[in-house]
Design a protein around this ligand. Structure first.
Ligand SMILES: [Zn+2]
Length: 286
């Protein structure tokens, strides 16, 4: 063993011996939050849903899990893996603001809250600022997961260009890439697709569908009596267009996988992993 290697092993053994004790004492939920705020590249907003939803800021962190939605199932898997800091894109308690006063006696809420408390977990929502990050963290991750980097429209990073692939083939590729079981499509399966706009997550109203230069709009979810009815009427009236509904979780999940990669660039003391939220739907006969 040459001197360089011996030094390396000696240093490694020391780090190993000192590591766990230092880790436990050195990184709290507050530290993680401050590092996110420092690295996200945009000023932290005074009004935001990006707040701690459960647990306390002085909790020592043993590991971080990023997820699209902090379902009870995700929280249980995070706890089992020793990841007591959950970073979720969507709400924890069933409403955008995560207000719990009105549900404090609800059995499902209580079960989840008691599980989080018992396991000393911290849940932080990372929504507004991950979208505000340049470029938008969700868009980056979804583009990566779909392998659509080469299809990004140079005029508009929220649109993708294709060579006239049929709606049926394009949606088949999306289904395979994202592993979606229950996506839904409005439109002629043979429709040639050249330009697609993406509204990952929730699309309110129907304006997104009115854009004249697109053949298809992808959304996570939208109201059936707003966007979906408008799309059906647009098609009946003769427009050659399609609406692709992925379900909310698969439509943003790639963005939170990418979030784990991003966090690992500035949080080294504890492990960070992405935990996929399960698609909630299944389809009879499929
Ligand atoms: Zn989102």
């Amino acid at each position: 063993m040459n001197p360089t290697r011996r030094d390396f092993f000696a240093a490694g053994a020391f780090a190993l011996a000192a590591g766990p004790a230092l880790q436990g004492a050195s990184l709290t939920a507050k530290d993680v939050l401050e590092r996110i705020q420092k690295n996200v590249g945009v000023p932290w907003r005074a009004e935001t849903v990006d707040t701690i939803k459960s647990g306390s800021l002085d909790t020592p962190i043993t590991g971080i899990a990023t997820t699209m939605m902090a379902t009870l199932d995700v929280c249980q898997r995070a706890a089992a893996a020793g990841r007591n800091f959950v970073i979720t894109h969507e709400p924890t308690f069933y409403a955008h603001e995560d207000k719990t006063d009105a549900i404090k006696d609800d059995p499902v809420y209580r079960f989840k809250q008691e599980f989080l408390d018992k396991n000393k977990m911290v849940v932080f929502r990372f929504h507004d600022h991950w979208h505000a990050h340049q470029p938008d963290g969700i868009f980056t991750g979804m583009t990566e997961q779909l392998g659509w980097g080469k299809n990004v429209d140079p005029q508009n990073p929220r649109q993708f260009v294709f060579d006239g692939v049929s709606l049926s083939d394009l949606t088949g590729q999306i289904k395979a890439k994202l592993g979606v079981k229950a996506m839904r499509v409005v439109g002629d399966p043979k429709l040639p697709i050249r330009r697609v706009a993406a509204n990952w997550g929730y699309a309110g109203g129907f304006r997104g569908f009115t854009r004249s230069n697109i053949d298809a709009l992808i959304v996570g979810e939208s109201r059936e009596w707003e966007m979906v009815e408008y799309a059906a009427d647009a098609i009946t009236s003769g427009q050659k267009k399609a609406l692709i509904i992925l379900g909310h979780i698969p439509s943003e999940q790639g963005g939170m996988k990418y979030c784990a990669d991003w966090l690992r660039t500035f949080i080294k003391e504890v492990p960070t992993e992405f935990i996929a939220a399960a698609e909630p739907f299944w389809t009879p006969g499929a």
